[in-house]
Design a protein. Sequence first.
Lengths: 384, 185
Amino acid sequence: MSKKDQLSDIHNSGKSYIIYKSQKGFDLYTNFSKKIILNNNNIGSFLSKENKNIPGNTNLYIGFFGYEILNNLIGIKIPKQKSIKFPKGIFYKPEKKISLSNNLKYENKDKHKNSTFKININKNSYTKVFKKFKKKIKSGDTYQIKICTKYKTKSMIDPLSFFSKLSKINLAPEAFMIRDKNYSIISCSPENLITKKGTNIFTKPIAGTVKKTKSLNKIKALKYFRKNIKETKEHNMIVDMERNDLSRICKPGSVKLSKQKTVEEYKDLFHYVSLIKGKLKKNVQNIDIIKAMMPGGSVIGCPKINTLRLLNKQEKENRNIYTGSFGYIKFNGDMRFNIIIRSILNFKNVSEISVASGVVVDSNAQHEFNENYIKAKALIDLFK
Amino acid sequence: MIYIIDHNDSFTHNVVHQFSLFDEVECDNYNEINKTKLQKAKVLVFSPGPGNPKDYPKTSQIYKKFKGKKKMIGICLGFQQILFCEGAKIIEQKKIYHGFQSDIKVVNDRSLFKKGKIFKVGRYHSLKLKEPFKINNFDITMRCLKSKVAMSFENNKEKIYGFQFHPESFLTINGHLLIKKILSA
């Protein structure tokens, strides 16, 4: 049986499965023997559980932490918000792994109607929030803050059809898809938050994105980013913040900026990226790493704790998966996690797309509001 | 031992790693100060942090208690905190520097650093010291080359030092040397 048929067969069988971008293509995980729905009571034991380290490529838990549980984990409570009661986090134990190529071939049988999306904040209210946060920046309460807006529509979707379409347009290095009985997630996340192998750990923050055009090559993209003072300042701040978060768990002197402000080229985009590496201190547990690094700073703002508090007071709707992390924890302790952005969550036949852009001292409400729409549009277009 | 008092900042652990190059370091949140460590420490460091010095009365108490008895170093908010405790006014500035690299210059010949020397440093501050400012034994020793905003003070008599910029930032060139000199003073 060819791999292409295998994918369609698994999909059509109705089984739950997960696809995650690998270096060469995609990995598909299925035949789940366990499903752990996380809450504040069991997350500690889940993360400190000792699993027998036996060889095998399915000896791992794969899944996601939502935004709320990551806040709770570092002692930040979220005030009452509008919520769709989506789980705070779910992890699966797969019994089967299949490698797939980058070319996910799938017959699109999806016949959903063209959907119209509703935004949860209008331009006027957004501008008000924006102004309020600018004041907070002037008074030093935050240095950078990312306001989340949501686009929602009622729709039944075929997640594999969406995901295969999306990976043709944008083959993102941290892309993933989850199809379970009662929900699905489709994501073209570009951003790796944690890669841990043995005692080595690294994080690869992105701050700055520009669309590829005929006249804009990699060298010109670098020039563009370097000239853009606002992007540079935002990026600098994220680099120092991620160095800090790694320093919590790494040996003194081991945290190194191994790639400073470089441009990475993707199919349709250029990203402004840095790579920060460190060596873990002795006796650091995975739960310590997760508490130090999550939620990922580049999608929150800086400094993290105060900025999270300001955001949570402001945002009226639960972020759900948005700015949480998806990835896996191997039984030998190695981990890989991304930051969940550029994603569609489909739950109870409602699809939601969340986006955020940063308020820094010299950003402009109109511009950021439109920027949010541009970020969401790539995903909204899949519904056409 | 160096005791770093953290004001919930996302840069404090960079400070911890930087000071760890020179001595044993302990770090606690300003709300969870350990009295034994506080007594034992040879040097106290006030970390950067969000907000205004008046938001951190506990840190002000520590400063006042140990002034003249231990070496104390303030970074960013910590710089403002010390000056605030000395009666200075900390105010908003028109142009804000977050994630900004600036040239700063040693402007005072009572400084541990050579007058006229220029450093490239990383800045993350919304607020600044209101000037003119005059307090016994405190000298403004570095200023931003462009805006002239105060960037460091030294009180070499009572061994109290402060940087408005971030010596631990990757934007600061040779930040380690600055800290080394202050620690050995």
